[in-house]
Design a protein around this ligand. Sequence first.
Ligand code: TAP
Length: 489
Amino acid sequence: MTESTLEKTSKCLNFINGEWVSSEKGGVLENINPANGEIISYLQNSTINDVNHAVESANKAKKSWRELSGAVRGEYLYKIAGELEKAKNDIATIMTQEMGKTYPESQGEVQRAIDIFKYYAGEGVRKVGDVVPSTAKNALMFTTRAPLGTVAVITPWNFPIAIPAWKIAPAFIYGNTVIFKPAQEASFTATKLVECMERANLPNGVMNLVHGSGSVVGKEISEHSGINGITFTGSNAVGKAIGKAAFDRGTKYQLEMGGKNPIIVLEDADIPRAVQATINGGMKSTGQKCTATSKVFVHERIYESFKKELLEEVAKLIVGNGLDSQTWLGPCASQKQMESVLSYIRKGIEEGADLIYGGNRLLEGDYRFGYYVEPAVFENVRSTMTIAQEEIFGPVIALTKFSSFREAIEQANDVKFGLSASIFTENIGSVIHFIQDIEVGLIRVNAETAGVEYQVPFGGMKQSSSHSREQGQAAIEFFTSIKTVYIQE
Ligand code: TAP
């Protein structure tokens, strides 16, 4: 590729020790717009040496960053939020172009990142420990907290700015420096986020961005002895490998992985509301959310009415380029993701589920160069089927009829994941049973499965998450270590 080709699109450089730099070997990877198949940017194809430079830079900066007061670190976070505010519409446009979600969704996500930086800015002056009475005379016992040091942040493409923000903001405020490895499909948005940090005059070495492939950069980061903590969001397979490598080295790690999220609709539910929640939960962001609604259990007495209304509403959804104001549902984020979604749909049919709506690749007219899939609805889905067990990460909903609430909860729990679940009912007793018996970390009542606001803990049970929760004040548990202090007079 020639330099003039490179100039037509953006180069996503690495950011190490306060400077924008090319990878040592100068190689780049292409980032494709999933709406039309065109190259939107090039990212550095970084090497192990690039990772080493970033780790050196983060380790050099960690003492002076740690020694600043939380209030001063908070000022930097407020400045980053201010820079994001100024760049909000540009970043939203880039995000839609690079991974396909609609422009309003992208704008909402940038706003979320702004809110997260502001929220954690305030955490710099909040309580970090407890005083505990000693049994000894004239002794004082208390806990305080220390930063981990250099933290690696490895993120997926589906929330290109919100997920990095909810990891990086708490990492910074609690006194850690960061090595950031974004997903390739989210590299342009990540570059823009780091540009905002540069404009906020963050001290050199506090943020280090290394682009490249997961199999080289991500793997090296997860095995690097100079890194003191790893926070990861992504697939189960990669999360397990990172967790194993970190465990073997005694490095603290945090894994947020997939979901297979159910909605249970009881016979007294408000049907239009439950239908809308099913569509929002299952189809927004083209279903590419770890909290996406995937399995919908509907009571047999309302099943036919629910299904009829759902199909009418799904038929109204407009699939298209996320920058078009008419579009409700963008393309899949990449060709690979589209092929994976289509193969799950084929598998559902092969294993005997009934595809009652959509499920085809769209190839006519403006769709022909993009990675568009029609929203799909299955019924007669049994718990043993692949589409009932695995995360599809696409606009696919599986309907199941039930007669017993207890059995619906058992089926909803019969998966390896446990991230988010919802119930639709007006019956408080049923709500209480649901809260007690459903095996997930995020419970929603009369609302679609989803993440929650940034000021409360986020995470799941079983293979969805490990060890700790993200967001809110729960983040302090991962990003710091407790020190217990005993002082004898
Ligand atoms: P992954 O393939 O797991 O990629 C996530 C990140 O890990 C990317 O930056 C990737 O780099 C990197 N990576 C790949 N191989 C690696 C390795 N061997 N060592 C270290 N890092 C490596 O997931 P994805 O396809 O980007 O994202 C979709 C998945 O994320 C879904 O399964 C979804 O459930 C999950 N997700 C979970 C949540 C929560 S909160 N539970 C939220 C969003 C998404 P490359 O880009 O170079 O591959």
